[in-house]
Design a protein around this ligand. Structure first.
Ligand code: ASP
Length: 309
């Protein structure tokens, strides 16, 4: 196994399939720890991890915190509202201040696309991107790949339909980068206002459609996305109308591969992008994604902290 050739984890776009595989391999070995009665190993004992969340988060924040604790690290969590930013300090000064306390990693979420990439140029402390604006959410794509690989032997050649607000979704962007690097066939589906043109040029095996029926036909993986709520008015899509055209319902699953899995990064909006029946369907792996999130983040923390030791 080769070592990670970078100090931060900022996004998947610039990473090779081999580098991504390093994380996925480590993930497999961490899964078992979360199944033990005592879910703790000393891999990161003596390390300090700062979770810095400038945007609301339930899953990602709890998941990083649990992952760090399972590896024996000391963690502190800071949210945007409680930080010195509200007293006028710049983001760079806030990060430099935290960095001066010598944490081993800063896990960061920010609403500005590119914020962690920008800050990583000034800081020696490694940064893990926990979601930046509409740009990337690398650990989400890693946990999604891990979840898919629990149901399929390989990502190569599988047909994945990504449906919904793709243009504004960092989850979609990181997943598209990852799945395209591993040779998956991607169908992106949504209304014109939510479909990203430039992403379609990423790989030859990406197609765009406005029809959910066409997208799910023969799909092995159906990945639904939340309509970014703050954009609902801009996109002018009443709830029922969006659900009628782009909501995943049981009837759609009949068009997919018989073993197709349904994914969603959460938080889910039942009756908007997904019906309750599908969300609770046996082949819905939404809660498996949450479970695997802890494991994937353990792998990421261990790999990134390992570089700084
Ligand atoms: N939880 C994911 C994110 O932070 C997906 C979403 O909120 O729509 O990007």
């Amino acid at each position: 196994m080769t070592e990670l050739d970078r100090k931060d984890l900022l996004g998947l776009e610039g990473m090779s399939a081999e580098e991504i595989e390093l994380f996925l391999d480590t993930t497999a070995s961490f899964k078992e720890i979360s199944e033990r009665t005592v879910k703790k190993v000393p891999a990161l004992r003596g390390k300090t991890i700062v979770n810095l969340f400038f945007e609301p988060s339930t899953r990602t924040r709890a998941s990083f915190e649990i992952a760090a604790k399972r590896l024996g690290a000391d963690t502190i969590s800071i949210s945007g509202e409680g930080s010195s930013l509200s007293k006028g300090e710049s983001l760079v000064d806030t990060l430099n201040t935290l960095s001066a306390m010598r944490p081993d990693v800063i896990v960061m979420r920010h609403s500005a696309s590119g914020a962690p990439q920008f800050l990583s140029r000034f800081l020696s402390t490694p940064i893990i991107n926990a979601g930046d604006g509409q740009h990337e959410h690398p650990t989400q794509a890693l946990l999604d790949a891990m979840t898919i690989l629990e149901h399929r032997s390989s990502l190569e050649g599988l047909r994945a339909a990504i449906i919904g607000d793709i243009g504004h979704s960092r989850v979609a962007r990181s997943n598209i980068h990852l799945l395209a690097k591993f040779g998956a066939e991607l169908v992106l589906c949504g209304p014109a206002t939510m479909l990203p043109r430039p992403l379609a040029e990423l790989a030859p095996r990406i197609s765009l459609t406005h029809s959910i029926e066409e997208a799910v036909s023969g799909a092995d993986v159906i990945m639904m996305l939340r309509v970014q709520l703050e954009r609902q008015n801009v996109l002018n899509f009443p709830k029922n109308e969006y659900f009628q055209f782009y909501g995943l319902r049981l009837e759609h699953l009949r068009l997919a591969h018989p073993d197709a899995i349904v994914m969603h990064p959460g938080p889910i909006n039942r009756g908007r992008e997904i019906s309750s029946e599908v969300a609770d369907f046996p082949r819905s792996v939404i809660l498996n994604q949450v479970e695997n999130g802890v494991t994937a983040r353990m792998a990421v923390l261990e790999r990134v902290c390992g570089q700084s030791s």
